[in-house]
Design a protein around this ligand. Structure first.
Ligand SMILES: Nc1nc2c(ncn2[C@@H]2O[C@H](COP(=O)(O)OP(=O)(O)OP(=O)(O)O)[C@@H](O)[C@H]2O)c(=O)[nH]1
Ligand SMILES: [Mg+2]
Ligand SMILES: [Zn+2]
Length: 293
């Protein structure tokens, strides 16, 4: 039976790339009964029948994102616009947590740099650079940074994720002339109240690897992050040097005296806004009182 990769799922149909080409199929009823949804990025086994093909088996997943729903992701390309829309740094911090938690490679892509002075935007993202994150500045309008971006993508499954209107589909269209993702003006998106890209889709890169275009979203619920407040500190890479040096074991780094993380913030070794983002997430997740691990 053929095996392959789900590259798209629309209206109950899945499109599976196999050695024999793309197979359109429906998932067997047992998946619904077991509450399992096949995801773009899943490796699956399909069977070919005369009138309808079926998706019979989902192979074990390496990881899975809930928002956007994609399985077996090697790398998250977190896309924000320099302006239009203004970057939401708290949302960025949440994306970073999800990627760290799932052991994904991370690149932060700041698009539309043609619309702003370079020092302004570089200043805004300096704390992320200092924390060790990869940052790529791009403009699809002025063809800046596209080759840089390509270097990150080779031989990996990369998911482009970020708010609506930041230019995810526009960036993908720059990667290969045959990619023809629909793009849309922000004003129209606001008018219609929805994204231009409606479905998640994997595209194969000429140089090797896959990229997924996904619909944008402007908030990320903690339920979709599946992170515990107790493991949150380790997911901020710039905190790691200081963990274990606090006065109290099990220090939450929110209000305890003698906290090495708080001290690092005071001494400007850790960025204050990132720290505040941590405290907010910690309090919010603790309030929800859920344990995911
Ligand atoms: N000035 C400028 N505009 C850009 C750039 N890249 C994309 N745009 C514009 O931004 C708007 C949104 O681009 P899309 O590619 O549709 O954005 P998206 O992130 O795919 O949005 P959704 O599919 O709704 O999530 C379009 O009008 C693009 O032409 C850029 O580098 N500079
Ligand atoms: Mg799009
Ligand atoms: Zn502490």
């Amino acid at each position: 039976m053929p095996q392959g990769l789900i590259i798209k799922g629309i209206g109950g149909f899945y499109y599976v790339k196999t050695e024999e080409g793309i197979v359109e199929c429906r998932a067997r009823g047992k998946f619904r009964n077991e509450n399992i949804t096949p995801l773009v990025g899943d490796m699956v086994t399909v069977s070919i029948h005369n009138n309808s093909n079926s998706l019979d088996k989902i192979h074990e997943r390496k990881n899975q994102l809930i928002r956007p729903p994609v399985a077996n992701v090697d790398q998250l390309i977190i896309v924000f616009a320099a302006v239009k829309p203004e970057p939401n740094l708290e949302l960025l911090d949440k994306f970073l947590i999800v990627a760290e938690l799932n052991n994904m490679d991370i690149a932060i892509c700041i698009n539309k740099i043609d619309l702003i002075e370079a020092p302004l935007i570089e200043g805004m993202f300096a704390p992320y650079k200092e924390a060790g994150f990869n940052i790529i500045y791009t403009s699809t309008k002025k063809d800046i940074g596209i080759e840089d971006l390509k270097l990150y993508l080779k031989d990996k499954v990369s998911v482009f994720s970020g708010p609506s209107g930041v230019g995810k589909s526009s960036l993908l269209n720059k990667l290969h002339p045959s990619f023809n993702m629909e793009t849309g003006e922000i004003s129209k998106k606001i008018e219609r109240g929805k994204q231009t890209t409606r479905h998640t889709q994997l595209l194969e890169l000429h140089e090797g690897g896959y990229v997924a275009d996904t619909p944008g979203f402007s908030s990320l619920e903690y339920e979709a992050m599946k992170v515990d407040y107790e493991e949150l500190d380790y997911l901020f890479p710039e905190f790691r040097d200081f963990l274990g040096q606090c006065k109290f074991t099990g220090c939450s780094h929110t209000k305890e005296p003698g906290c090495a993380v708080k001290n690092a913030v005071e001494e400007k070794q850790v960025n204050k806004r990132r720290y505040e983002s941590y405290v907010r997430m910690y309090d919010d997740i603790k309030k929800l009182g859920r344990n995911y691990r």
